[in-house]
Ligand binder design. Structure first.
Ligand code: SAM
Length: 443
């Protein structure tokens, strides 16, 4: 239950950790009523992950009498405080609790695509950049961006109810923490993601969802006449630019637990001499690892479309003397002889057959005692995190790949000549897991 969530800050850290220790029985006998007390203390102080955990304890009757009403209350509090992970719990519970509630919840979910699209509207109009200077009314915003003030007000009001913006008693809107990420210049900005997954680009794939499920083919397979997602992306220079910007911002969002709370805490890269980042995009992750490990060498490897952007990232990080940027096709070959091969959010783009083909190419290149590291939003049986399931649907729709369980990765590693040695859950709020492997030595 929720063991891979981002640790809260300050005084709450201890309460949540103690709760998790009791909940999971780490070094102490498992004791749900003690876990309950500690989660309650953290939730009372405003920790929304603890609110979800409390809801789960009430829902399952662990350490407390089963009480769907109380569970519902805690999930609702977490949603109201901006934790969207609680929504999946709320939806599940509503179905158990009452039929009218279940119907209303389903209707909300049917309409929820409007919220995704509504996020695209202020992104396209540059609203978050304007609000960076301070709160503004819909009239003020509309004058600058040339929109209909009443319509913009309605969109902003809806998004404020989801905690993306806030609205004061004078009706002026301001950036809430989520809205900050719609600014263009924010580190890890999701402004470009609102364009890739919303508006015309998003619609061009989402409209084929039913067809994807009927045929088992991805939308990009249909759009490219049987080629695939990277051919689709490379067919249009603007789309290529957008895709690379989204990947760089995703590196920041998904790897928060790796990069900001200390890389070594999640995984120790320090013993590595040379890393090849296979399908490394514009090199955000590799550059962060190399910056933390002086003396380590790197190769950033991707298709030609990522070459210039990759060169820029490496040069700006001052790593040009330790890191090469190489273009190529990982179905053909990857740079040989390194002791660590990193594939971040690459394998989830591919079906099992293509995955094994890529990993076999890495197997042929890796040093005998090397390590293979995948970073993926792995599906976990105890996961409270919504993101891996959404990412899986994106893979179904866009790439034809999928998110996988540990057992599924283990089987793929074995088929390609690797042994899965361990998985390490990071503190990434989107559920990123380090999946480590070593070359299998046969005989
Ligand atoms: C989902 S992106 C991940 C990028 C980066 N690793 C990250 O985590 O941000 C997948 C990457 O695989 C690259 N890729 C796709 N097909 C490839 C191929 N045949 N050879 C090399 N790279 C490829 C894409 O260009 C893209 O940069």
């Amino acid at each position: 239950m929720n063991t891979n969530k981002c640790a809260p800050s300050g005084a709450l850290v201890n309460a949540v950790w103690v709760a998790e220790v009791y909940q999971n029985g780490w070094g102490v006998p498992q004791d749900y009523s003690k876990a309950h007390k500690w989660f309650e203390a953290a939730a009372a102080a405003g920790n929304t992950d603890a609110m979800i955990d409390l809801g789960r304890l009430y829902e399952q009757g662990l350490g407390v009498a089963q009480d769907y009403g109380k569970a519902l209350e805690w999930f609702q509090k977490a949603v109201a405080a901006g934790n969207t992970d609680a929504m999946i719990n709320l939806t599940r519970l509503s179905v158990m609790d009452s039929k009218p509630e279940a119907a209303a919840r389903l209707l909300e979910l049917i309409q929820m695509r409007l919220i995704s699209e509504a996020i695209h509207v202020p992104a396209a109009l540059g609203v978050a950049d304007l609000l960076a200077a301070g709160p503004k009314s819909a009239d003020e915003l509309s004058k600058v961006i040339g929109a209909s003030a009443p319509s913009l007000r309605r969109v902003m009001r809806a998004l404020a109810s989801f905690g993306i913006f806030s609205q004061d008693s004078d009706g002026r809107f301001a950036l809430a923490p989520m809205g900050e990420f719609l600014k263009r210049d924010m580190p890890g900005s999701l402004h470009s993601a609102a364009f890739l997954f919303g508006g015309e680009t998003g619609t061009s794939t989402v409209r084929l969802f039913l067809e994807c499920v009927k045929t088992g083919r991805s939308a990009t397979h249909m759009l490219t006449g049987g080629k695939g997602s990277f051919e689709w992306i490379q067919s249009d220079p603007e789309l290529t630019k957008l895709f690379n910007a989204v990947m760089t911002s995703f590196s920041a969002v998904h790897m928060t637990g790796l990069l900001e709370t200390g890389l070594l805490e999640a995984y120790d890269f320090s013993q590595t001499k040379k890393i090849v980042d296979v399908g490394g995009g514009h090199g955000k992750i590799l550059s962060e690892i190399l910056k933390e490990n002086a003396g380590q060498r790197g190769v950033l490897f991707d298709l030609p479309h990522a070459f210039e952007g990759g060169k820029n990232t490496i040069a700006q990080a001052g790593l040009a003397d330790r890191c090469e940027v190489v273009s190529g096709d990982f179905f053909v070959s990857v740079p040989a002889g390194a002791d660590l091969y990193l594939l971040s959010r690459v394998i989830h783009d591919w079906d099992d057959e293509k995955t094994v083909a890529i990993l076999k190419v890495v197997r042929a290149a890796i040093a005998p005692h090397g390590r293979l590291i995948l970073l993926e939003t792995m599906l976990r049986p105890d996961g409270n995190t919504v993101y891996p399931l959404l990412s899986d649907l994106n893979m179904l729709l866009i790439t034809g790949g999928c998110e996988r369980t540990e057992e599924e990765y283990r089987a793929l590693y074995r088929a390609a000549g690797f042994e899965l040695t361990r998985t390490v859950a990071t503190k990434s709020p989107t559920g990123t897991t380090v999946i480590e492997g070593r070359p299998l030595v046969l005989g």
